[in-house]
Design a protein around this ligand. Structure first.
Ligand code: GLN
Length: 452
């Protein structure tokens, strides 16, 4: 298929198309809470293909809060580079999407008003880019800019039945991103087709004088014929997910791919170093929200130093506070070598192991190891149970490898997704794989807001 972007261009649209879409969305938002803010400027690219932006990516003139009380009311005076490039290509911004506060979460429930799954509002939307995935599942003509540190694009995309693509680390500028963990953050794309993903990725990627970490320029499309399945990871998935995934593997064999099952002890141990590194970095990136220059403006200057900061930083949510406390502990001089330095070493081993595998083929797995839980069930999990569910999405994120989640089945009426990982900079090849998959499988969408 040529994608929804092209289809939208070819359709006749009413001149107030965006205004109509936004009023439909305001209504849907009462149930699904996909958006935290709608656009303020009615003049920008009114007839452009609608795009939304995760609430941790700055859009000039629209509240960008990263779903945190700390940043409530923050209206950026500038656009993130990725947003600027979308506007230059005449995409039309519609609003900022919901998320776990600062990106801390797997279900989209670590915030004041959690987004709800587009297939059934009792179920989690997945996180942390919850709203981006729900918006993509709700709106017919729309693409989303989202962000991933450890799985925040793949997981919600899988749980809402859309395509979620996380590029190679350093391929897309992060200028204007409210950072979570600098060595892990990537801006990526969600859409209803691989074709649209590719078009948006090619729009936003490439060097940027404002982001010195954005250095990956030459993107490849080197097809691989072998799909590696990591048995050590598969063992940790629920039986029903494993059985369904086997059916996908048979289908890919019919498409001409060779399946190879391997063991990898180290990839089964990626969750721990990831959370150590992510928390250590998060505790430093959050240090700037003191209530003076950044964050909630407390303005009670007659208070004592400690009291002032304590009150101002009270505005962080529970998960953010947990990460500040644990991250600060992990970095403390006396124990740094026991956790942080070791985690960096394990990360290096994971990258080396994945490089070896990815030279020979793609890695394929389910995106999420369990059936989508209800919001009420997910809220009862302990933090450690919650973190463990990132087992499939963390390895590519820790290594900065490009990965894409795509819908491959529907179980009990809910979509399930699989994830494909490619070698660094081989981003186009994994998107092409999903394009090929789409010739064999029709995605289902329950909603088509803004249909023409
Ligand atoms: N669940 C992971 C975390 O909480 C990943 C989130 C993300 O990618 N932003 O850190």
């Amino acid at each position: 298929m040529t994608g929804y972007i092209q289809e939208f261009k070819d359709k006749k649209k009413p001149s107030d198309y965006h205004a109509r879409l936004i009023s439909e969305l305001e209504d849907a938002n009462k149930t699904f809470r996909a958006f935290l803010a709608f656009k303020n400027d009615s003049k920008s690219n009114e007839d452009g293909m609608p795009f939304s932006v995760k609430s941790n990516i700055c859009v000039k003139g629209t509240e960008t809060s990263a779903a945190s009380k700390m940043l409530k009311g923050y209206i950026p005076p500038y656009n993130a580079t990725s947003v600027e490039r979308m506007l230059d290509k005449k995409f039309g911004f519609i609003g900022e999407t919901n998320m776990d506060e600062f990106g801390f979460g797997t279900f989209g429930i670590n915030c004041e008003t959690p987004a709800r799954n587009a297939f059934d509002e009792e179920y989690v939307a997945g996180g942390s880019s919850s709203g981006a995935a729900v918006a993509t599942a709700l709106i017919k003509y729309h693409v989303a800019l989202a962000e991933s540190t450890g799985g925040s694009i793949a997981t919600p995309a899988a749980l809402n039945g859309v395509v979620g693509f996380t590029p190679t680390y350093g391929a897309v500028s992060r200028y204007g991103l409210i950072d979570y963990a600098n060595s892990l953050d990537k801006i990526g794309v969600m859409a209803r087709s691989a074709h649209d993903v590719k078009e948006v990725f090619d729009t936003i990627r490439g060097r940027d004088e404002y982001d010195m970490t954005c250095v990956v320029e030459d993107i490849k499309a080197e097809k691989r014929d072998t799909l590696f399945v990591i048995d050590d990871l598969m063992k940790q998935a629920d039986e029903r997910i494993r059985d369904e995934f086997e059916k996908l593997l048979s289908k890919t064999e019919k498409m001409g791919y060779r399946i190879e099952r391997i063991n990898s002890d180290i990839l089964g141990k990626a969750v721990e170093p990831y959370y150590i590194i992510a928390m250590a970095e998060a505790s430093t990136t959050l240090a700037k929200y003191t209530g003076f220059k950044y964050g909630f403006q407390y303005k009670q200057f007659n208070k004592h130093y400690n009291e002032f900061f304590k009150d101002a930083r009270e505005n962080f949510g529970t998960e953010a506070k947990r990460r500040i406390i644990l991250g600060t502990f992990i970095r403390s001089a006396s124990i740094k070598d026991r956790y942080y330095s070791k985690a960096l070493m394990v990360r290096r081993m994971i990258i080396e192991e994945m490089n070896k595998i990815l030279k020979k083929g793609f890695i394929i797995s389910p995106t999420f190891p369990i059936m989508t839980p209800k919001i009420s069930e997910a809220s009862k999990l302990t933090p450690v149970q919650n973190y463990a569910l990132d087992l499939f999405t963390i390895p590519p994120n820790v290594g900065g490898f490009p990965h894409i989640s795509f819908p491959y089945s529907y179980m009990d009426g809910m979509p399930v997704g699989a994830q494909l990982i490619g070698e660094s900079a081989n981003d186009h090849a994994i998107i092409d794989f999903v394009s090929e998959w789409e010739k064999h499988f029709d995605y289902k969408f329950k909603h088509n807001l803004g249909a023409l």
